[in-house]
Design a protein around this ligand. Structure first.
Ligand code: AMP
Length: 429
Protein backbone atom coordinates (compact mmCIF):
# COMPACT_ATOMS: atom_id res chain seq x y z
CA UNK A 1 0.00 0.00 0.00
CA UNK A 2 1.37 3.42 -0.92
CA UNK A 3 0.14 6.97 -0.26
CA UNK A 4 0.01 7.53 -4.04
CA UNK A 5 -2.67 4.85 -4.44
CA UNK A 6 -4.94 6.61 -1.91
CA UNK A 7 -5.66 9.64 -4.06
CA UNK A 8 -3.29 12.22 -2.58
CA UNK A 9 -2.19 15.02 -4.90
CA UNK A 10 1.50 15.48 -5.80
CA UNK A 11 1.84 18.35 -3.30
CA UNK A 12 0.43 16.21 -0.51
CA UNK A 13 2.66 13.30 -1.51
CA UNK A 14 5.62 15.62 -1.13
CA UNK A 15 4.37 16.64 2.32
CA UNK A 16 4.12 12.98 3.30
CA UNK A 17 7.71 12.38 2.18
CA UNK A 18 8.90 15.40 4.13
CA UNK A 19 7.20 14.06 7.24
CA UNK A 20 9.25 10.90 6.74
CA UNK A 21 6.25 8.61 6.28
CA UNK A 22 6.99 5.72 3.93
CA UNK A 23 3.71 3.85 3.92
CA UNK A 24 0.27 4.73 5.23
CA UNK A 25 -0.81 3.31 8.58
CA UNK A 26 -4.03 1.29 8.72
CA UNK A 27 -6.17 4.27 9.74
CA UNK A 28 -4.65 6.41 6.99
CA UNK A 29 -5.26 3.74 4.34
CA UNK A 30 -8.91 3.56 5.37
CA UNK A 31 -9.65 7.22 6.14
CA UNK A 32 -7.82 9.06 3.34
CA UNK A 33 -10.03 7.91 0.44
CA UNK A 34 -13.18 8.29 2.54
CA UNK A 35 -12.38 11.88 3.58
CA UNK A 36 -11.26 12.81 0.06
CA UNK A 37 -14.59 11.54 -1.29
CA UNK A 38 -16.39 14.04 0.93
CA UNK A 39 -18.03 11.42 3.16
CA UNK A 40 -18.56 11.76 6.90
CA UNK A 41 -16.31 9.44 8.87
CA UNK A 42 -16.56 7.72 12.25
CA UNK A 43 -13.13 6.35 13.13
CA UNK A 44 -12.23 4.40 16.22
CA UNK A 45 -8.49 4.70 16.50
CA UNK A 46 -5.96 5.22 19.23
CA UNK A 47 -3.37 7.93 19.60
CA UNK A 48 -0.26 6.55 17.99
CA UNK A 49 -2.16 5.03 15.06
CA UNK A 50 -1.36 7.95 12.76
CA UNK A 51 -4.87 9.38 13.07
CA UNK A 52 -3.78 13.03 12.94
CA UNK A 53 -2.37 12.71 9.43
CA UNK A 54 -5.40 10.57 8.52
CA UNK A 55 -7.60 13.67 8.74
CA UNK A 56 -5.06 16.49 8.33
CA UNK A 57 -3.81 15.45 4.88
CA UNK A 58 -7.15 14.96 3.10
CA UNK A 59 -8.62 17.99 4.88
CA UNK A 60 -5.96 20.26 3.39
CA UNK A 61 -6.21 18.60 -0.01
CA UNK A 62 -9.94 19.24 -0.11
CA UNK A 63 -9.54 22.84 1.01
CA UNK A 64 -7.06 23.76 -1.69
CA UNK A 65 -8.98 21.83 -4.35
CA UNK A 66 -12.29 23.60 -3.85
CA UNK A 67 -13.08 27.29 -3.97
CA UNK A 68 -14.36 28.83 -0.75
CA UNK A 69 -18.09 28.53 -0.29
CA UNK A 70 -20.63 30.68 1.44
CA UNK A 71 -19.58 32.52 4.56
CA UNK A 72 -16.21 33.30 3.06
CA UNK A 73 -17.13 36.60 1.52
CA UNK A 74 -15.75 39.42 3.55
CA UNK A 75 -18.44 41.91 4.36
CA UNK A 76 -21.08 42.70 6.95
CA UNK A 77 -18.28 43.06 9.47
CA UNK A 78 -17.47 39.33 9.51
CA UNK A 79 -13.96 38.08 9.28
CA UNK A 80 -13.27 35.37 6.76
CA UNK A 81 -13.01 31.75 7.75
CA UNK A 82 -12.35 29.24 8.99
CA UNK A 83 -13.45 26.68 6.42
CA UNK A 84 -12.29 23.80 8.56
CA UNK A 85 -12.57 23.46 12.32
CA UNK A 86 -10.63 20.89 14.35
CA UNK A 87 -11.67 20.50 18.00
CA UNK A 88 -9.27 18.83 20.41
CA UNK A 89 -9.60 18.17 24.15
CA UNK A 90 -6.17 19.43 25.28
CA UNK A 91 -3.79 22.18 24.36
CA UNK A 92 -1.00 19.70 23.69
CA UNK A 93 -3.10 17.78 21.21
CA UNK A 94 -4.35 20.99 19.58
CA UNK A 95 -0.80 22.36 19.29
CA UNK A 96 0.59 19.19 17.77
CA UNK A 97 -2.28 18.91 15.29
CA UNK A 98 -1.78 22.54 14.25
CA UNK A 99 1.91 21.88 13.82
CA UNK A 100 1.32 19.06 11.34
CA UNK A 101 -1.30 21.11 9.49
CA UNK A 102 1.10 24.06 9.25
CA UNK A 103 4.02 21.92 8.09
CA UNK A 104 1.88 20.50 5.32
CA UNK A 105 0.09 23.75 4.46
CA UNK A 106 3.45 25.45 3.91
CA UNK A 107 4.02 23.16 0.93
CA UNK A 108 0.69 23.88 -0.75
CA UNK A 109 0.10 26.45 -3.45
CA UNK A 110 -2.45 28.57 -1.65
CA UNK A 111 -0.81 28.08 1.72
CA UNK A 112 -3.94 27.70 3.81
CA UNK A 113 -3.63 29.64 7.06
CA UNK A 114 -3.84 27.52 10.20
CA UNK A 115 -4.85 29.20 13.46
CA UNK A 116 -4.43 27.65 16.88
CA UNK A 117 -6.24 28.54 20.11
CA UNK A 118 -6.36 27.00 23.57
CA UNK A 119 -7.08 28.17 27.06
CA UNK A 120 -4.74 28.83 29.96
CA UNK A 121 -2.91 31.62 28.14
CA UNK A 122 -3.80 35.21 27.28
CA UNK A 123 -6.49 35.50 24.63
CA UNK A 124 -5.12 38.69 23.04
CA UNK A 125 -2.37 37.20 20.88
CA UNK A 126 -4.88 34.61 19.64
CA UNK A 127 -7.34 37.38 18.73
CA UNK A 128 -4.59 39.31 16.97
CA UNK A 129 -3.56 36.23 15.02
CA UNK A 130 -7.13 35.83 13.76
CA UNK A 131 -7.33 39.37 12.41
CA UNK A 132 -6.45 38.42 8.89
CA UNK A 133 -8.78 35.44 9.02
CA UNK A 134 -7.81 31.79 8.79
CA UNK A 135 -8.66 28.74 6.72
CA UNK A 136 -8.26 26.07 9.36
CA UNK A 137 -8.92 26.63 13.05
CA UNK A 138 -7.58 24.17 15.60
CA UNK A 139 -8.95 24.82 19.07
CA UNK A 140 -10.07 23.53 22.40
CA UNK A 141 -13.83 24.16 22.71
CA UNK A 142 -13.72 26.52 25.71
CA UNK A 143 -11.25 28.94 24.17
CA UNK A 144 -13.06 28.80 20.85
CA UNK A 145 -16.21 30.01 22.63
CA UNK A 146 -14.23 32.83 24.25
CA UNK A 147 -12.94 33.90 20.84
CA UNK A 148 -16.46 33.84 19.45
CA UNK A 149 -17.63 36.01 22.37
CA UNK A 150 -14.89 38.48 21.44
CA UNK A 151 -16.03 38.42 17.78
CA UNK A 152 -12.64 36.99 16.92
CA UNK A 153 -14.08 34.78 14.22
CA UNK A 154 -17.27 33.39 12.74
CA UNK A 155 -18.13 29.76 12.23
CA UNK A 156 -20.61 30.50 9.44
CA UNK A 157 -18.25 29.28 6.75
CA UNK A 158 -17.22 25.95 8.28
CA UNK A 159 -17.34 23.26 5.60
CA UNK A 160 -15.38 20.59 7.45
CA UNK A 161 -15.47 19.66 11.12
CA UNK A 162 -13.08 17.29 12.90
CA UNK A 163 -13.68 16.11 16.45
CA UNK A 164 -10.40 14.64 17.62
CA UNK A 165 -10.45 12.31 20.64
CA UNK A 166 -14.20 12.76 20.84
CA UNK A 167 -14.46 10.52 23.90
CA UNK A 168 -12.37 13.04 25.83
CA UNK A 169 -14.22 16.02 24.34
CA UNK A 170 -17.32 14.55 25.99
CA UNK A 171 -15.76 14.39 29.45
CA UNK A 172 -17.84 16.09 32.14
CA UNK A 173 -17.10 19.80 32.05
CA UNK A 174 -16.34 19.80 28.33
CA UNK A 175 -19.55 18.32 26.96
CA UNK A 176 -21.59 21.54 27.32
CA UNK A 177 -18.94 23.62 25.60
CA UNK A 178 -18.80 21.12 22.78
CA UNK A 179 -22.56 21.23 22.32
CA UNK A 180 -22.51 25.03 22.24
CA UNK A 181 -19.85 25.04 19.52
CA UNK A 182 -21.73 22.43 17.51
CA UNK A 183 -24.93 24.47 17.66
CA UNK A 184 -23.11 27.36 15.93
CA UNK A 185 -21.99 25.38 12.88
CA UNK A 186 -23.72 25.39 9.49
CA UNK A 187 -25.74 22.22 8.98
CA UNK A 188 -24.26 21.45 5.63
CA UNK A 189 -20.71 20.29 6.10
CA UNK A 190 -18.44 17.25 6.18
CA UNK A 191 -17.87 15.89 9.68
CA UNK A 192 -15.15 13.54 10.88
CA UNK A 193 -15.24 12.03 14.34
CA UNK A 194 -12.17 10.32 15.78
CA UNK A 195 -12.31 8.55 19.10
CA UNK A 196 -10.19 6.02 20.95
CA UNK A 197 -13.27 4.29 22.33
CA UNK A 198 -16.96 4.17 21.46
CA UNK A 199 -18.96 4.49 24.68
CA UNK A 200 -22.72 5.23 24.33
CA UNK A 201 -22.16 9.00 24.66
CA UNK A 202 -19.83 9.03 21.66
CA UNK A 203 -22.18 6.82 19.65
CA UNK A 204 -25.02 9.27 20.42
CA UNK A 205 -22.88 12.20 19.35
CA UNK A 206 -21.98 10.35 16.14
CA UNK A 207 -25.65 9.60 15.45
CA UNK A 208 -26.57 13.25 15.91
CA UNK A 209 -23.66 14.67 13.97
CA UNK A 210 -22.73 12.36 11.14
CA UNK A 211 -24.61 11.74 7.95
CA UNK A 212 -24.33 8.19 6.65
CA UNK A 213 -20.73 7.92 7.88
CA UNK A 214 -18.00 5.60 6.65
CA UNK A 215 -17.17 3.61 9.77
CA UNK A 216 -13.55 2.72 10.37
CA UNK A 217 -12.38 0.63 13.25
CA UNK A 218 -8.72 -0.06 13.65
CA UNK A 219 -7.76 -2.93 15.84
CA UNK A 220 -5.36 -1.65 18.40
CA UNK A 221 -1.89 -2.39 17.09
CA UNK A 222 -0.18 -4.99 19.23
CA UNK A 223 1.96 -2.95 21.57
CA UNK A 224 5.58 -2.97 20.54
CA UNK A 225 6.63 -2.09 24.04
CA UNK A 226 8.95 -4.23 26.09
CA UNK A 227 8.18 -3.77 29.76
CA UNK A 228 10.86 -4.16 32.40
CA UNK A 229 10.68 -3.85 36.18
CA UNK A 230 13.91 -3.21 38.05
CA UNK A 231 14.20 -3.78 41.78
CA UNK A 232 16.51 -1.41 43.57
CA UNK A 233 16.98 0.72 46.65
CA UNK A 234 15.50 4.21 46.66
CA UNK A 235 18.90 5.78 47.12
CA UNK A 236 20.19 3.99 44.03
CA UNK A 237 17.63 5.38 41.61
CA UNK A 238 19.71 8.29 40.31
CA UNK A 239 22.93 6.34 39.72
CA UNK A 240 20.90 3.48 38.20
CA UNK A 241 19.11 5.93 35.91
CA UNK A 242 22.40 7.42 34.83
CA UNK A 243 23.83 3.98 34.15
CA UNK A 244 20.77 3.05 32.05
CA UNK A 245 20.87 6.28 30.07
CA UNK A 246 24.57 5.99 29.45
CA UNK A 247 24.53 2.30 28.68
CA UNK A 248 21.52 2.00 26.38
CA UNK A 249 22.27 4.76 23.89
CA UNK A 250 18.64 5.89 23.56
CA UNK A 251 18.24 8.96 21.37
CA UNK A 252 15.29 10.16 23.46
CA UNK A 253 13.99 9.03 26.81
CA UNK A 254 11.13 10.18 28.99
CA UNK A 255 11.54 9.82 32.77
CA UNK A 256 8.38 10.01 34.84
CA UNK A 257 8.29 11.27 38.42
CA UNK A 258 5.46 12.09 40.80
CA UNK A 259 6.03 15.77 41.49
CA UNK A 260 7.35 18.96 40.00
CA UNK A 261 9.96 19.10 42.74
CA UNK A 262 11.38 15.67 41.89
CA UNK A 263 11.25 16.48 38.18
CA UNK A 264 13.45 19.52 38.69
CA UNK A 265 15.77 17.72 41.08
CA UNK A 266 16.32 14.71 38.82
CA UNK A 267 16.83 16.89 35.73
CA UNK A 268 19.34 19.03 37.62
CA UNK A 269 21.30 16.01 38.81
CA UNK A 270 21.34 14.53 35.32
CA UNK A 271 22.50 17.83 33.83
CA UNK A 272 25.25 18.00 36.45
CA UNK A 273 26.51 14.69 35.06
CA UNK A 274 26.53 15.98 31.52
CA UNK A 275 23.19 14.63 30.29
CA UNK A 276 21.06 16.84 28.07
CA UNK A 277 18.08 16.93 30.40
CA UNK A 278 14.88 18.97 30.37
CA UNK A 279 11.77 19.17 32.55
CA UNK A 280 8.07 19.15 31.75
CA UNK A 281 5.44 19.66 34.43
CA UNK A 282 2.10 21.35 34.90
CA UNK A 283 3.45 24.55 36.35
CA UNK A 284 5.51 25.48 33.33
CA UNK A 285 4.14 28.19 31.06
CA UNK A 286 2.83 27.10 27.69
CA UNK A 287 5.86 28.73 26.05
CA UNK A 288 8.27 26.81 28.26
CA UNK A 289 6.48 23.54 27.51
CA UNK A 290 6.63 24.22 23.81
CA UNK A 291 10.33 25.06 24.02
CA UNK A 292 11.27 21.90 25.86
CA UNK A 293 9.22 19.72 23.48
CA UNK A 294 10.90 21.43 20.52
CA UNK A 295 14.31 20.86 22.15
CA UNK A 296 13.47 17.19 22.59
CA UNK A 297 12.38 16.96 18.97
CA UNK A 298 15.53 18.51 17.56
CA UNK A 299 17.84 16.74 19.99
CA UNK A 300 19.23 19.44 22.29
CA UNK A 301 17.28 17.67 25.04
CA UNK A 302 17.63 13.88 25.11
CA UNK A 303 16.14 13.08 28.50
CA UNK A 304 12.88 14.69 29.49
CA UNK A 305 11.92 14.41 33.16
CA UNK A 306 8.17 14.80 33.42
CA UNK A 307 5.17 14.55 35.66
CA UNK A 308 1.95 12.89 34.45
CA UNK A 309 0.96 16.12 32.71
CA UNK A 310 3.18 14.90 29.90
CA UNK A 311 1.74 11.40 29.76
CA UNK A 312 -1.37 12.44 27.91
CA UNK A 313 -1.49 13.80 24.43
CA UNK A 314 2.26 14.10 24.06
CA UNK A 315 3.53 13.28 20.59
CA UNK A 316 7.23 12.84 20.29
CA UNK A 317 8.65 10.99 17.37
CA UNK A 318 10.72 7.91 18.09
CA UNK A 319 10.74 8.05 21.85
CA UNK A 320 12.69 4.92 22.60
CA UNK A 321 12.31 4.61 26.33
CA UNK A 322 9.96 5.53 29.13
CA UNK A 323 11.32 5.17 32.65
CA UNK A 324 9.05 5.20 35.67
CA UNK A 325 11.48 6.66 38.18
CA UNK A 326 8.46 6.83 40.46
CA UNK A 327 5.45 4.64 39.82
CA UNK A 328 2.25 6.27 38.63
CA UNK A 329 -0.71 6.36 40.96
CA UNK A 330 -3.07 4.38 38.78
CA UNK A 331 -2.92 1.60 36.22
CA UNK A 332 -4.53 3.98 33.71
CA UNK A 333 -1.67 6.44 34.18
CA UNK A 334 0.79 3.58 33.71
CA UNK A 335 -0.80 2.74 30.36
CA UNK A 336 -0.69 6.38 29.29
CA UNK A 337 2.92 6.72 30.37
CA UNK A 338 4.25 3.66 28.59
CA UNK A 339 2.15 4.47 25.53
CA UNK A 340 4.53 7.38 24.87
CA UNK A 341 6.96 4.87 23.40
CA UNK A 342 6.57 2.12 20.80
CA UNK A 343 4.33 4.27 18.59
CA UNK A 344 3.38 3.80 14.95
CA UNK A 345 5.17 0.48 14.73
CA UNK A 346 8.42 1.61 16.38
CA UNK A 347 9.98 -0.47 19.15
CA UNK A 348 10.05 0.93 22.67
CA UNK A 349 11.00 -0.05 26.17
CA UNK A 350 9.20 0.90 29.38
CA UNK A 351 11.23 0.47 32.57
CA UNK A 352 9.75 0.78 36.06
CA UNK A 353 11.85 1.22 39.17
CA UNK A 354 10.48 -0.88 42.01
CA UNK A 355 11.98 0.37 45.26
CA UNK A 356 12.20 -2.54 47.63
CA UNK A 357 12.72 -0.24 50.59
CA UNK A 358 9.93 2.24 49.83
CA UNK A 359 7.46 3.17 52.52
CA UNK A 360 4.62 2.92 49.99
CA UNK A 361 5.30 -0.74 49.24
CA UNK A 362 6.07 -0.27 45.57
CA UNK A 363 6.07 -3.99 44.94
CA UNK A 364 2.45 -4.50 45.83
CA UNK A 365 1.48 -1.29 44.05
CA UNK A 366 3.16 -2.53 40.88
CA UNK A 367 1.39 -5.86 41.26
CA UNK A 368 -1.92 -4.04 41.12
CA UNK A 369 -0.81 -2.28 37.95
CA UNK A 370 0.17 -5.63 36.44
CA UNK A 371 -3.15 -7.12 37.41
CA UNK A 372 -5.12 -4.28 35.81
CA UNK A 373 -3.23 -4.55 32.54
CA UNK A 374 -3.37 -8.35 32.67
CA UNK A 375 0.34 -8.75 32.18
CA UNK A 376 3.18 -9.82 34.41
CA UNK A 377 6.52 -8.07 34.07
CA UNK A 378 9.50 -10.11 35.22
CA UNK A 379 11.47 -8.50 38.07
CA UNK A 380 15.14 -7.95 37.44
CA UNK A 381 18.09 -6.29 39.09
CA UNK A 382 20.79 -4.21 37.47
CA UNK A 383 24.34 -5.41 37.95
CA UNK A 384 25.83 -3.24 40.66
CA UNK A 385 22.45 -1.97 41.85
CA UNK A 386 20.98 -4.98 43.60
CA UNK A 387 18.77 -3.91 46.50
CA UNK A 388 19.68 -4.59 50.09
CA UNK A 389 16.35 -6.16 50.89
CA UNK A 390 14.13 -7.92 48.40
CA UNK A 391 10.45 -8.42 49.14
CA UNK A 392 9.38 -11.96 48.52
CA UNK A 393 6.12 -12.87 46.83
CA UNK A 394 4.54 -13.63 50.20
CA UNK A 395 5.55 -10.28 51.64
CA UNK A 396 4.31 -8.30 48.68
CA UNK A 397 0.96 -10.02 48.77
CA UNK A 398 0.68 -9.52 52.49
CA UNK A 399 1.44 -13.11 53.51
CA UNK A 400 4.21 -14.40 55.74
CA UNK A 401 6.97 -11.85 55.99
CA UNK A 402 10.37 -12.95 54.95
CA UNK A 403 13.25 -11.11 53.41
CA UNK A 404 16.42 -12.10 51.72
CA UNK A 405 19.27 -10.46 53.53
CA UNK A 406 22.67 -10.34 51.98
CA UNK A 407 25.96 -11.23 53.59
CA UNK A 408 28.49 -8.50 54.32
CA UNK A 409 30.72 -9.89 51.59
CA UNK A 410 27.92 -9.62 49.01
CA UNK A 411 27.30 -6.01 49.99
CA UNK A 412 30.97 -5.10 49.62
CA UNK A 413 31.15 -6.80 46.25
CA UNK A 414 28.10 -4.87 45.07
CA UNK A 415 29.35 -1.55 46.37
CA UNK A 416 32.51 -2.05 44.32
CA UNK A 417 30.52 -2.94 41.19
CA UNK A 418 28.25 0.06 41.75
CA UNK A 419 31.17 2.44 41.91
CA UNK A 420 32.34 1.04 38.62
CA UNK A 421 28.96 1.27 36.91
CA UNK A 422 28.15 4.83 37.96
CA UNK A 423 31.65 5.89 36.94
CA UNK A 424 31.01 4.46 33.49
CA UNK A 425 27.68 6.23 33.36
CA UNK A 426 29.24 9.65 33.47
CA UNK A 427 31.63 9.01 30.63
CA UNK A 428 30.94 10.12 27.12
CA UNK A 429 28.02 12.42 27.93
P1 AMP B 1 -0.94 10.06 15.87
O1 AMP B 1 -1.71 8.78 16.02
O2 AMP B 1 -1.54 10.97 14.86
O3 AMP B 1 -0.72 10.70 17.18
O4 AMP B 1 0.50 9.71 15.26
C1 AMP B 1 1.46 9.02 15.99
C2 AMP B 1 2.86 9.17 15.40
O5 AMP B 1 2.99 8.43 14.20
C3 AMP B 1 3.26 10.59 15.07
O6 AMP B 1 4.51 10.81 15.69
C4 AMP B 1 3.38 10.61 13.57
O7 AMP B 1 4.42 11.46 13.14
C5 AMP B 1 3.69 9.19 13.22
N1 AMP B 1 3.12 8.78 11.92
C6 AMP B 1 1.91 9.10 11.43
N2 AMP B 1 1.72 8.52 10.22
C7 AMP B 1 2.83 7.82 9.94
C8 AMP B 1 3.24 7.00 8.83
N3 AMP B 1 2.44 6.79 7.78
N4 AMP B 1 4.45 6.44 8.90
C9 AMP B 1 5.26 6.65 9.96
N5 AMP B 1 4.95 7.41 11.03
C10 AMP B 1 3.73 7.99 11.03
Amino acid sequence: MSFASLGLSPALLRAVREQGYHAPTAIQAAALPAVLSGADVLAIAQTGSGKTAAFALPLLQRLVASPPGRGQVIGTGHRPGPRALVLAPTRELAAQTAELLRDVAALLMHRPRVALAFGGVSINPQLMALRGGCDVMVATPGRLLDLLDHNGLTLAGVEMLVLDEADRLLNPGFADELQRVLSLLPRQRQSLLFSATLPPAVQQLADALLHDPVRIEIEEAPPQITQRAIQLDRAQRLPALRALLAGQGWARALVFVASRYTAELVAEKLAAHGFKAGVLHGELSQGARRDVLAALKEGSVKVLVATDVAARGLHVEALEAVINYELPRSAADYTHRIGRTGRAGAQGVAISFICTDSAENAESHFRLIEKRQGQRVPREQLPGFAPQVVATEAQATGGIKSTTRKSKKDKLREAAARGHASGAATNGH
